[in-house]
Design a protein around this ligand. Structure first.
Ligand code: G6P
Length: 605
């Protein structure tokens, strides 16, 4: 939610900041703005809408910026509607800042500041911080001191970069919650929400912890604790390359990421394979684990439901799954021996982090599945298993989902082996099947033309039901989520057996039903459910195994996946659903990488 970039150095700050914002636009695209020095004057430009509007405005105004510093922001609106006057940077006197997050006590602070005569020009919570810093700056005459005074007064989640009109050679930033990362270049510094914004310039980063403050000047950087103690921070070398955050010839990031899945699944598997013995390397210590509780949001939550089946079927221990935002506010009871497994691509989702903190406070060990190394979740977990699938930029998650399903297989196998439920032969067979996945994904991707045709045929429907049983039930929900977030059409994922308990009433000629019916132990039952919807006049699109003539004869459109075991079916079956959602949204003229009202990294509750 919101992307921020701060720059101090000798390059053209406008280019660096705009380029950085373009890599962060996935975090919000309601408005964008910059404040950059030009000959000791801080110039602010803001525009409602996407970054392209801001770029156009800067071009039309024929503005030049000489630097040496500047800040930029791309917004996902929380307080105050998307508009230019609510766009960042916000200012007060010489202070200009960009903010990602929410200031929970902003009304209280606003009242106090208004009492002192400060005038507000926006409806945002962020502007309060600008006035507060200005107020303390007037008192102490030093930006760092002013911020040290302000930090204890702020409640909520924030990551903020501040510039002072009086001193172009200084940037001060601080955070509590959303990510803030300091990139170290050659005599230049980047303050960013995500390394993607500055990978083209540096691979060396410092990840700030909560309630830390960083000050950068041409002479160097210094990180302080809230109480003012100078801290020594570890510099991390980030392995991702700038090239990985480009589209590489694909029309959209989402399409590129769907097509990367054969490779990303292979990368995800590799670190856990003992190729000499052809065995799974030991992953974790299970001796004290009596149950697993999975917490996650969005697509990661659906992956979690799939994980629940595996943990119970293979591992033989109880497993529950919760949407993190529900878990954290319902006084969950975690019995001793419960391992909390958090799933998050970004590792920055506020609710997932909230759930993890609650679990830790109750004494539960926390293991996570995460894509972004050094993210908050990674740093706060006892153990992290990395998706290893490279940066995911498209707002709708795809390759992180399939990588997570693979990791959940490995974890469940590791547990099953520890509990003596997985003999060497079964382990060998399961690993072999997982190793075959990349080539089978390639086979499914080769049918993209058929998925595009199917999507074309879906254009005339106003509602969609996705049906699946067992491990395909979470895939039905994921398919519906992909379709609704990209096409803005109503879609629901349902367990196929539940149709007669309500959803059958929805069926009419405007409703299409996508049935996931690859061959597995429940195939016949799913087929009966398909007959029930068909008998009521629904248009049926079926996903099945190879050339399944019986299923074909019952469907209006048939999409095929290779023959694989039950636990692998979901990893292949989701791909036609991702591609159908993608093509449908494209043909409706929607921006698939930046669906309306959404953001990729949800760093506020
Ligand atoms: C947002 C994204 C989804 C993602 C969810 C959880 O809603 O749009 O694609 O699944 O957040 O994100 P996480 O990074 O925690 O997996």
């Amino acid at each position: 939610m919101c992307g921020i970039v701060g720059y101090l150095g000798s390059r053209d700050p406008k280019d660096i900041i705009i380029e950085g914002l373009s890599k962060l636009e996935y975090r919000g695209y309601d408005s964008a703005g910059v404040a950059i020095f030009n000959e000791n004057q801080l110039v602010r430009v803001r525009a409602e809408g996407k970054l392209s509007q801001l770029k156009q405005k800067i071009q039309d105004l024929n503005l030049t910026f000489t630097g040496p510093s500047g800040i930029g922001h791309t917004r996902w609106a929380t307080h105050g509607r998307p508009s230019e006057h609510n766009a960042h940077p916000h200012s007060s006197g010489p202070i200009m800042l960009v903010h990602n997050g929410i200031i929970e006590n902003y009304l209280e602070l606003k009242k106090e500041l208004m009492g002192k005569g400060y005038q507000f020009e926006s409806d945002t919570d962020s502007e309060v911080v600008a006035h507060l810093i200005n107020d303390r700056w007037k008192q102490y005459g030093n930006l760092l001191t002013a911020i040290k005074k302000v930090l204890p007064e702020l409640k909520g989640a924030f990551s903020i970069v501040v510039l002072n009109q009086e001193n172009p050679n200084e940037l001060v930033a601080f955070k509590d919650g959303p990510p803030l990362i300091l990139g170290l270049g050659q005599n230049e510094y980047f303050l960013v929400s995500d390394v993607a914004a500055s990978l083209a310039y540096t691979s060396r980063y410092i990840y700030l912890d909560d309630r830390e403050i960083v000050r950068v000047t041409p002479e160097g950087y210094a990180v302080f604790s809230e109480s003012g103690v100078r801290l020594s921070k570890t510099v991390t070398e980030v392995a991702w390359s700038a090239d990985q955050v480009e589209k590489r010839g694909f029309r959209h990031y989402m399409l590129k990421e769907i097509y990367e899945q054969a490779r990303s699944v292979a990368h995800c598997l590799e670190p856990f394979l003992d190729r000499e013995q052809f065995r799974l390397k030991p992953m974790m210590e299970w001796s004290s684990v009596e149950g697993v509780h999975i917490v996650a949001c969005g697509t990661s939550f659906y992956a979690g439901i799939y994980g629940q089946y595996l943990m119970e079927i293979l591992g033989g221990i109880p497993c529950r799954v919760d949407v993190a935002s529900e878990f954290r506010y319902r006084d969950p009871v975690l019995s001793p021996g419960t391992l909390v497994l958090a799933i998050s691509q970004s590792g920055e989702t506020a609710d997932t982090l909230g759930a993890v903190r609650l679990a830790k406070a109750q004494g539960s060990p926390v293991v996570s599945i995460c894509n972004v190394k050094q993210s908050s979740l990674d740093r706060e977990s006892d153990v992290t298993f990395y998706m290893n699938c490279g940066p995911e930029i498209g707002v709708a998650s795809t390759k992180a989902f399939t990588a997570t399903l693979v990791l959940l297989n490995l974890l469940a196998m590791d547990l099953a082996r520890y509990r003596k439920r997985l003999n060497a032969d079964l382990e060998f067979q399961m690993l072999r099947r997982l190793l075959e996945l990349p080539s089978q994904i390639e086979v499914v991707l080769a049918y993209d033309k058929y998925f595009q045709d199917a999507a074309d045929a879906l254009k005339r429907y106003r509602g969609f039901l996705f049906l699946g049983r067992h491990v395909l039930y979470p895939i039905a929900m994921e398919g519906a989520l992909k379709l609704k977030e990209l096409s803005y059409l109503h879609a629901e994922g349902y367990p196929a057996g539940e149709m007669k308990h309500g959803p059958l009433a929805l069926i009419d000629e405007q409703m299409a039903v996508v049935v996931l019916a690859p061959q597995d132990d429940l195939y016949e039952k799913t087929l009966s459910n398909l007959q029930e919807v068909k008998a009521r006049g629904a248009k049926v699109i079926a996903v099945g195994t190879l050339e399944d003539e019986q299923l074909k004869s019952l469907s209006d459109r048939y999409l095929s996946i290779p023959k694989v075991p039950w636990n692998i079916n979901p990893i292949l079956a989701v791909i036609p659903l991702q591609l159908m959602a993608y093509h449908l949204a494209c043909s409706l003229g929607h921006d698939v990488d930046q669906p309306r009202n959404l953001a990729k990294s949800v760093t506020v509750e």
